[in-house]
Design a protein. Structure first.
Length: 145
């Protein structure tokens, strides 16, 4: 099984939504991929999972079992374990990566999904849904070779 790592700041909202979407679809499509998620600054969030994420997953009929039970900080072992790594917002996460994991900062993919301070949750989560769909399509093509 190959793994995709989704990274955000608190591992509370965006990365957890991406993780659950990905795992739900990969399981349904029987792809040899699974996702996990981590945060660069989990102390900035409180609680285990954003209510926006819970609501959006529920609306899509996706079980919370497709995301981890709580927030987890990113480690170098996570970066080494992942076959693909995506940080949810370049402008936010690349500086954190350069500070904490400088050797990895330019080895990952960055998306441009705003956090709740700059985008309505429905808009941000819809963007993640499109991006995860594109990633799944790409990995499905790679897996078929």
């Amino acid at each position: 099984m190959r793994e995709v790592l989704f990274i955000c700041t608190g591992n509370y909202y965006r990365s957890r939504f991406a993780e659950a979407l990905f795992n739900h679809a990969a399981e349904r499509e029987e792809l040899p991929w699974r996702a996990f998620s981590r945060g660069l600054a989990i102390h900035l969030a409180e609680g285990d999972l954003s209510s926006h994420t819970k609501l959006a997953l529920g609306e899509r009929g996706i079980s919370l079992a497709h995301t981890g039970p709580t927030r987890i900080p990113l480690t170098e072992a996570d970066l080494e374990r992942a076959h693909r790594t995506v940080a949810l917002k370049r402008n936010e996460h690349r500086p954190m990566m350069l500070e904490r994991f400088p050797l990895w900062a330019d080895q990952i993919t960055y998306w441009a999904v705003h956090d709740i301070d700059a985008a309505e949750p429905r808009q941000a989560l819809a963007e993640i849904e499109i991006l995860v769909g594109g990633l799944l399509k790409e990995l499905k093509n790679v897996s078929s070779f």
